[in-house]
Design a protein around this ligand. Structure first.
Ligand code: FMN
Length: 171
């Protein structure tokens, strides 16, 4: 798919159809994660793919939204603590995943509202990993549409500057 289309089509999907996400597509999404850059190529992001037991994930978050796959994005603790780039690396990897999903015609919603303690316990992460974000994923239901927040975008001149902070960037 054209990259502009991939970016423009993406929105947070909060209503999914029952259609199963094919393993080949999940593999492609994970390849995209694997190709993400990371500080000093640390590759310290870990992803747990939950599909068969996704119903259990409703105990950890209210935001599965009927998705067919849930990705649990985690950082290795040592990358978070000593090198301090764990969250940044994971965010980039997650962005690759979300855009790769959009390219495959899949919908996603990034989910920060989950129970971190229960998640750590459920997946027995203990010393090694910290769960950072969930991504729920699947085929959007026929009546899925973006909520108003999606359309509420600032003008480029509010977020970008030219040469110094005194000059707004004008398109
Ligand atoms: C770090 C992060 C955490 C988020 N957590 C949630 C969440 O817990 N539940 C939810 O419904 N959406 C969540 N979202 C989705 C945002 O609300 C959404 O991306 C934003 O409103 C823009 O809308 P759009 O994704 O449709 O363009 C999260 C997004 C990000 C980046």
């Amino acid at each position: 798919m054209d990259f502009d289309k991939v970016i423009n089509m993406r929105y947070s999907v909060r209503k999914f159809s029952d259609k199963k996400v094919e393993k080949e597509k999940i593999d492609k999404l994970l390849m995209a994660v694997n190709l993400a850059p990371s500080a000093r190529n640390s590759q310290a992001t870990r992803v747990i793919v939950v599909q068969d037991t996704i119903d259990k994930m409703n105990e950890l978050t209210k935001c599965v939204f009927g998705g067919n796959v849930l990705f649990i994005i985690c950082a290795k603790k040592d990358n978070l603590v000593t090198r301090k780039y764990g969250e940044i690396d994971a965010s980039i990897a997650l962005t690759h995943l979300v855009l790769a999903a959009s390219n495959e015609g899949l919908g996603t919603c990034i989910v920060g509202m989950f129970d971190r303690e229960k998640t750590t316990e459920y997946f027995k992460m203990e010393e090694d990993l910290v769960p950072l974000l969930f991504v729920t994923c699947g085929y959007p239901s026929d009546d899925s549409k973006p909520i108003d927040l999606h359309y509420n975008r600032k003008d480029i001149s509010e977020i970008a500057f030219k040469e110094s902070l005194e000059n707004k960037y004008e398109r």
